[in-house]
Design a protein around this ligand. Structure first.
Ligand code: TPP
Ligand code: MG
Length: 895
C-alpha cells in the first residue's frame, strides 16, 4: 500500500516535489519489484546516515492494517453461520456470569473481556487451532484467562459441557460439580492445559514452550511438525515485565512456531491502558525492534472504502495522532461526535464521510471484530517463516454490551445486567429467546441437527478435535534405576564432597541411563560453573538451535563450552523466570507431547521460590513433574555472598505449594533416595508432584547410608535417627534434630554434650519439615473427622515415641520451620534458626552470628535441661563462658 501521509506533514518541502519523489519510488516498486524497492530504501537510509541526516529509523508503521484490503485474500468460512455461532457463545458466556451472580452476587466473573475477544477466539477455533490426535501433536493455545466464560460457552455448544456445569460456573463446590473461574488444569484436568490468569505468565510460558518444542525436535525426541503455540494476551497484560521480558529470545531463536495475539481493546481494569498514548504503536515498536513479524489488524472492512478515498493520507495521519483516550471515547459517543472529532479537523476529511449517515459511522467496525481481517492476519501469521509473529488486534472492551458497558471504564467488572440490557443484547445478536424468558436468562443451544451445531462440529473435526482438551498420553517408565543410584549409598570413602557435587554426579549417571538418559533435561540460568556442572557441557552439550558457529576460546581444554544442535543442557542465561518456564514446558511434556521429559532445574536457591514463586505455583496448577534444585542453599553455608544470596527462606516459601515436596538433605545417600523415589512416584506411578531439593557447597566426607529398612522410609517421610548416643548410662538425655548443612553442627554438639556434660543425645536428620508438617495436619484432620475411631499418630510423634530428654532443633532456615512440628512432639521443642538478614563472612562466623553452631546447640540443650530442673543455672552460665559465647552479641533477627 502506498502511504502518502507524510506528504502534508513534512515542513519545508514543496508538496509538488515531494509528490515526485513518491511517484519515483512507486515506479521502482511497480517496475522492479519489492526487493528492489527495499534495496533502494536501504541505500537511501545508509546515505542519510553518511551525510549526517540519520540515523533514519522507525519501528512504527502508520496506524492502519498491516495487510491491505487487496492482499487479504478470501475468507474460507461461512461468515453468516460463524456469526450466529459466535452470537450464541456470546449469549451463553454472558448468561453464565449474570446467572452465577444472581445466586450469589459475590461470585464475580467477567463478561467484557470475552466480549472483546470473541472474534479473535472464534476465527481460531473455526479455522486454525488444531487438536491433538494420534497423528499430529496439535497446537498449544494459551487463552486469555478472563475470557474463560467464552471458552466454556463454546464447549457447551460443542456438547462437551452440560448446562448444569455452566449454571455452576464459579461454584465448583456444588455437589454436581462446577466450572473453575479461570483456566486451571489442576481443577479441570481433562479440559484446561495452561493456567493463564496470573497475567504476564503465559506470554513467557508460551515463548519457552515454543522453544522447548524446537529443542525436542532438534534432539530427535519428537518429530518435526508445523504445530504452533498461540498466546492470547490482554493489552494491559503487556505491562507485566514478564510479558515482553523474553521477546528477543523468541526472535533470536527464529520461533516461527509462535504467535501472540494481543487483544488491544485499549482498556485494562481501571481505565485506559495508555490514555495519553497509543498502546498499539508502543507494542509494535517493541516487538518490531525485537525482530518480530508484527501484524496490525486495526480496522474492519467497513473502513476499507474510506482508506481507498484517503489518497492524501489525511485520514491515516489523523488516526495516527489521536491518543487512545480519544479513541476509547469514540466507542461510547454518537456517530455525530465521531464525525466531528475524527473528521471535523479538516474539510477534506469531512468530505470523505459526507455520504455516510451518523449511525453507520458509529458502527464502523474495529479490525479485531471483523472475521475477514482476523482471518487474514492469522493466515499470514501461520504462513510466516523465520520469526515469531505478534498480531495487534483492535477491539472494543465489552463489545455488544451497549450502554451497560461497551468501552466504559467500569466494564471490566460488569457482571449484572437488568432485563432491558439483556433484551438489547439478545436482540442485537439475534438470540432466539423470548422476552418472557429473559428474566431467567436461559442458556441456549440449538438442536443437534441445526446448521450451527453441525458446522461447528465439522470444523473441529476437520481440525483434529476439541481445544482446549488435556490428556495424559505418556506411558509410565518401567525401570527402578537401583543400579544408577547405588554408588551414592555407600559414602565417599573420606573424600570431601558437597551435596551439590554429589547431585551433579547423580545427574551425570542419569544422563547415561538407557531409559531416562535422553529424557533428562538439565536447566541452568548461567550458574553451571557455580555448581560444578561444567563437565556436563562436554558430556551432553549445551543446546543451541544453531549448533556452534564459532570456535570456543577454551576449545583446547577438556571441558570446553560445547554448544550443539542436539545439546541436552538448557543454558538459559540469567533468567530464573525463563528457566522456570522451560521447567514447566519439560515438566508438562508428559501431557503436552506424551513424552516423559524429566527436568532438573538447578539455580541459586535465593532466586527461586523467593523470586519466581508465581511460576512455581502455575507449575503446580499444571500438574508439572520434575526436580527443582536450590543450589548453594542455606543462610550460613554460602560463605562470603551476603544478604541477597544467603537463603534461609526457601523451605518456608515451599510450604504453600501443595504438590511440591521440599527436602533439605545433608548427605549424598539422602539425595539419591529422594531422587530415585521421586522418579518412581512421578514417572512410573504417575503422581502429579514435583520436588524442591536444597543442595549445598560445603564439602565434607559423605557417610554411607546407615543399615535398616527404616532409613530409606524415614528419609522420604521427613526424619530418621541418624546417630544414637553411645552413652547408655547418662540420666541427662536429649533428642537433637539437624537438617542439611546444620546436621553436622548437631553431630558436633552431640560430642561436646557427651564429653563435657555427660549428656546422651540422639541426633536425627530431618530431611523435610514440610513432609512432617503435612503428615501432621493430615493425621489431625482424620482424627477430627473420626472421633470414635482409634486416633492415628503423626509420623513425627511415632518417631519420637517415648524418646527421652529435651528436644532441640537446628536449621539453616527460619526458626518457624522446625516450629511447624512442635505440637506433635512429646515435649517442648527449642528451635534454632537463621531469622534475619545474611552477612558476608565465613561459615564459622555466620553460624556464630545466627546462633546455630554446635556451641549454640549445646547451650540450647543445656538450657532446656535447666528448664526441666535437671541442672543448675550455674552450669549453663559456666557453659556460656566455656563455649566462648558472647551474651552481648548482636541479635541476628534485628541486626
Ligand atoms: C498478575 C495479575 N495482576 C492483576 C490481575 C487482576 N486483573 C485481572 S484482569 C485485569 C485487567 C486486564 O486487562 P487487559 O490485560 O487489558 O485484558 P482485557 O480484559 O482488557 O482484555 C486485571 C488487572 C491478574 N489477574 N493478574
Ligand atoms: Mg485490555
Amino acid at each position: 500500500m502506498t502511504d502518502n501521509s507524510s506528504v502534508a506533514r513534512v515542513p519545508g518541502i514543496d508538496p509538488q516535489e515531494m509528490q515526485e519523489w513518491i511517484e519515483s519510488f512507486d515506479a521502482v516498486l511497480r517496475e522492479e519489484g519489492q526487493e528492489a524497492a527495499t534495496l533502494l530504501l536501504d541505500r537511501l537510509r545508509a546515505r542519510a546516515q553518511l551525510l549526517g541526516a540519520g540515523p533514519v529509523f522507525t519501528a512504527n508503521t502508520p496506524y492502519v492494517n498491516t495487510i491491505p484490503a487487496e492482499r487479504q485474500g478470501v475468507f474460507p468460512g461461512d461468515q453468516e453461520i460463524e456469526r450466529r455461532i459466535k452470537s450464541l457463545i456470546r449469549w451463553n458466556a454472558l448468561a453464565m456470569v449474570v446467572r452465577a451472580n444472581r445466586v450469589d452476587h459475590s461470585i464475580g466473573g467477567h463478561i467484557s473481556t470475552y466480549a472483546s475477544a470473541a472474534t479473535l477466539f472464534e476465527v481460531g477455533f473455526n479455522h486454525f487451532f488444531r487438536g491433538r490426535t494420534e497423528e499430529f501433536e496439535g497446537d498449544t493455545v494459551y487463552l486469555q484467562g478472563h475470557a474463560s466464560p467464552g471458552v466454556y460457552a463454546r464447549a457447551f455448544l460443542e456438547g462437551r459441557l452440560s448446562a448444569k456445569k455452566l449454571e455452576n460456573f464459579r461454584r465448583e463446590l456444588r455437589p454436581d460439580g462446577g466450572l473453575s473461574s479461570y483456566p486451571h488444569p489442576w481443577l479441570m484436568p481433562d479440559f484446561w492445559e495452561y493456567p493463564t490468569v496470573s497475567m504476564g505468565l503465559s506470554p513467557l510460558m508460551a515463548i519457552y514452550q515454543a522453544r522447548f518444542n524446537r529443542y525436542l525436535e532438534d534432539r530427535g525426541i519428537k518429530p518435526k511438525t508445523n504445530a504452533k503455540v498461540w498466546a492470547f494476551l490482554g493489552d494491559g497484560e503487556t505491562d507485566e515485565p514478564e510479558s515482553l521480558g523474553a521477546i528477543t529470545l523468541a526472535s533470536r531463536e527464529n520461533l516461527d512456531n509462535l504467535i501472540f495475539v494481543i487483544n488491544c481493546n485499549l482498556q485494562r481494569l481501571d481505565g485506559p491502558v495508555r490514555g495519553n498514548g497509543k498502546i498499539v504503536q508502543e507494542l509494535e515498536a517493541a516487538f518490531r525492534g525485537a525482530g518480530w513479524n508484527v501484524i496490525k489488524a486495526l480496522w474492519g472492512s467497513d473502513w476499507d472504502p474510506l482508506f481507498e478515498r484517503d489518497v492524501d493520507g489525511l485520514l491515516v495521519k489523523r488516526l495516527g495522532e489521536m491518543v487512545d483516550g480519544e479513541m476509547q471515547k469514540l466507542v461510547v459517543e454518537s456517530g455525530a461526535y465521531l464525525r466531528q472529532h475524527v473528521f471535523g479537523t479538516d474539510p477534506r476529511l469531512l468530505k470523505m464521510v459526507k455520504d455516510i449517515p451518523d449511525e453507520a459511522l458509529r458502527t464502523l467496525r474495529q479490525g479485531g471484530h471483523d472475521p475477514r481481517k482476523v482471518y487474514a492476519a492469522y493466515k499470514a501469521a501461520v504462513e510466516h517463516t523465520g520469526s515469531p509473529t505478534v498480531i495487534l488486534a483492535r477491539t472494543i472492551k465489552g463489545y455488544g454490551l451497549g450502554e451497560s458497558g461497551e468501552g466504559r471504564n467500569i466494564t471490566h467488572q460488569q457482571k449484572k445486567l437488568n432485563e432491558e440490557e439483556l433484551r438489547e443484547f439478545r436482540s442485537r445478536f439475534g438470540i432466539p429467546i423470548n422476552d418472557d424468558q429473559l428474566a431467567d436468562t436461559p442458556f441456549y443451544r440449538p438442536p443437534e441437527d441445526s446448521r450451527e451445531i453441525q458446522y461447528l462440529r465439522a470444523r473441529r473435526q476437520e481440525l483434529g478435535g476439541y481445544v482446549p482438551s488435556r490428556k495424559v498420553r505418556s506411558k509410565p517408565l518401567v525401570a527402578d534405576h537401583d543400579a544408577l543410584f547405588r554408588e551414592f549409598l555407600t559414602g565417599s570413602d573420606g573424600r570431601e564432597v558437597s551435596t551439590t557435587m554429589a547431585f551433579v554426579g547423580m545427574l551425570r549417571q542419569m544422563l547415561r541411563d538407557p531409559e531416562i538418559g535422553k529424557l533428562v533435561v538439565p536447566i541452568v540460568p548461567d550458574e553451571a560453573r557455580t555448581f560444578g556442572m561444567e563437565s556436563l557441557f562436554r558430556q551432553v552439550g549445551i543446546y543451541s538451535s544453531r549448533g556452534q558457529l564459532y570456535e570456543p576460546v577454551d576449545v583446547h581444554t577438556l571441558l570446553y563450552y560445547k554448544e550443539a544442535k542436539d545439546g541436552q543442557i538448557l543454558e538459559e542465561g540469567i533468567t530464573e523466570a525463563g528457566s522456570m518456564t522451560s521447567f514447566i514446558a519439560a515438566g508438562s511434556a508428559y501431557a503436552t507431547h506424551g513424552i516423559n521429559t524429566i527436568p532438573f532445574f538447578i539455580y541459586y536457591s535465593m532466586f527461586g521460590l523467593q523470586r519466581i514463586s508465581d511460576f512455581i505455583w502455575a507449575a503446580a496448577d499444571m500438574r508439572c513433574r520434575g526436580f527443582l534444585l536450590g543450589g548453594t542453599a542455606g543462610r550460613t553455608t554460602l560463605a562470603g555472598e551476603g544478604l541477597q544470596h544467603q537463603d534461609g527462606n526457601s523451605h518456608i516459601l515451599a510450604l504453600p505449594i501443595p504438590t511440591l515436596w521440599a527436602y533439605d538433605p545433608a548427605f549424598a545417600y539422602e539425595i539419591a533416595v529422594i531422587i530415585q523415589d521421586g522418579i518412581r512416584r512421578m514417572y512410573k506411578d504417575g503422581e502429579n508432584i514435583f520436588y524442591y531439593i536444597t543442595v549445598m557447597n560445603e564439602a565434607y566426607a559423605m557417610p554411607p547410608m546407615p543399615p535398616g529398612p527404616e532409613i530409606r522410609d524415614g528419609i522420604l517421610k521427613g526424619m530418621y535417627k541418624y546417630r544414637a548416643s553411645q552413652n547408655k548410662k547418662s540420666k541427662l538425655r536429649a533428642q537433637i534434630f539437624g537438617s542439611g548443612a546444620i546436621l553436622r553442627e548437631a553431630l558436633k554438639a552431640q560430642e561436646i554434650l557427651d564429653e563435657k556434660y555427660g549428656l546422651a543425645a540422639d541426633v536425627w536428620s530431618v530431611t523435610s519439615y514440610k513432609a512432617l508438617y503435612n503428615d501432621g495436619i493430615n493425621t489431625e484432620r482424620w482424627n477430627l473427622l473420626h472421633p470414635t475411631e482409634k486416633p492415628r499418630v503423626p509420623y513425627v510423634s511415632q518417631c519420637l515415641g517415648d524418646a527421652p530428654g529435651v528436644l532441640i532443633a537446628a536449621t539453616d532456615y527460619l526458626k518457624a520451620l522446625p516450629n511447624l512440628v512442635s505440637k506433635w512432639v512429646p515435649r517442648r521443642l527449642a528451635a534454632l534458626g537463621t531469622d534475619g538478614f545474611g552477612r558476608s563472612d565465613g561459615r564459622e562466623a555466620l553460624r556464630n552470628f545466627f546462633e546455630v553452631d554446635a556451641r549454640f546447640i549445646t547451650l540450647a540443650t543445656l538450657y532446656e535441661l535447666l528448664q526441666d530442673g535437671k541442672i543448675e543455672p550455674s552450669v549453663v552460665e559456666k557453659a556460656i563462658k566455656d563455649l566462648g559465647i558472647d551474651t552481648e552479641k548482636a541479635n541476628p533477627l534485628l541486626a
